[in-house]
Write a protein that binds this ligand. Structure first.
Ligand SMILES: [Zn+2]
Length: 102
């Protein structure tokens, strides 16, 4: 006599491959965007630091309300580092020429 091992069908777990689309937050507010002067990526204004060229170099404009030409830098560490050396279009007055040394 042969013992018939009744094997049931392998238990298959059906996994519904559902694409769970995250529901939209309804955040369609068009926030003002500004460009980081270093990496030139665009960010919402709120996520950027604004600097204004003052008499004594760059001034951090915390309120983003200071008059004058402002520069925006994103929160990227590299950008902040590079911005420290950033010189906004400083126009050399004539007469100040770089002497080329050979
Ligand atoms: Zn940047």
């Amino acid at each position: 006599m042969k013992a018939m091992a009744a094997k049931g069908p392998p238990g298959r777990v059906m996994r519904p491959n559902r694409a769970d689309d995250a529901p939209a937050d309804g955040e369609t507010v068009t926030a003002p965007e500004r460009m980081c002067v270093i990496c030139r990526r665009r960010f919402p204004k709120a996520g950027l630091a604004r600097y204004v060229a003052g008499a004594s170099g760059m001034t951090f404009d915390e309120e983003k309300t200071m008059p004058g030409r402002g520069w925006y830098v994103c929160s990227d560490t590299e950008c902040r580092k590079r911005f420290a050396k950033f010189r906004p279009g400083v126009r050399r007055k004539k007469g100040v020429l770089c002497h080329r040394k050979k």
